[in-house]
Design a protein around this ligand. Structure first.
Ligand code: FMN
Length: 166
């Protein structure tokens, strides 16, 4: 059996995820990238990972800046996910085109308004894995808000469904 990338993506698409925007400060400008290859790694120390394609600009920025934010999107932020997945986009048009506005942490990390959760991350280690790099980061601070998440399942955006009763 020879597996191709389309079949691999189809299988992985069955694993429902949330959607995040990785944010990096670039001398006062916000660079954001949509990512769902995000996971918790360790509780002691507090570590998370995100897998980033070598071809992305974000890949170089994470190596250079070594500090970034993970913003977990809420259900009303689909346009923001689509905006930060586009190859051509600029910091200046993010608010006008997708409604993305940002605050800053004391470290200068951009925090997306209206996201469900924010994690302030400092790079711990990076491991090349095929055409992606696994960036592992220590989480220094978090912000959690009320609301519902934006989900991604089988290539489509979704909302959370009914709770399954016991
Ligand atoms: C729902 C969704 C999830 C994505 N997840 C990832 C991911 O985890 N890692 C990745 O490298 N690219 C991911 N992408 C693709 C990037 O967002 C896209 O290539 C982006 O344009 C890269 O931006 P950059 O070159 O400015 O860094 C995802 C796209 C979408 C729509």
């Amino acid at each position: 059996m020879t597996l191709n990338s389309a079949e691999f993506r189809k299988a992985m698409g069955c694993f429902a995820t949330g959607v995040t925007i990785i944010t990096v400060d670039l001398d006062g400008e916000v660079h954001g990238m949509t990512a769902n290859a995000f996971a918790s790694v360790s509780l002691d120390p507090l570590l998370v990972l995100v897998c980033v394609d070598h071809k992305t600009r974000t890949h170089a920025h994470l190596h250079a800046k070594k500090r970034f934010g993970i913003n977990v999107l809420s259900e009303g932020q689909r346009a923001i996910s689509e905006y930060y997945a586009r190859a051509e986009r600029t910091h200046e048009h993010a608010e006008e085109e997708a409604g993305a506005r940002f605050d800053r942490t004391r470290h200068g990390t951009p925090v997306l308004h209206g996201s469900l959760a924010f994690l302030e991350c400092r790079l711990h280690s990076a491991e090349v894995a095929g055409d992606h790099t696994i960036f592992i980061a220590e989480v220094e601070d978090t912000v959690v808000r009320e609301g519902q998440p934006l989900l991604f399942f089988r290539g489509k955006y979704r909302k959370v469904g009914e709770e399954i009763e016991e």
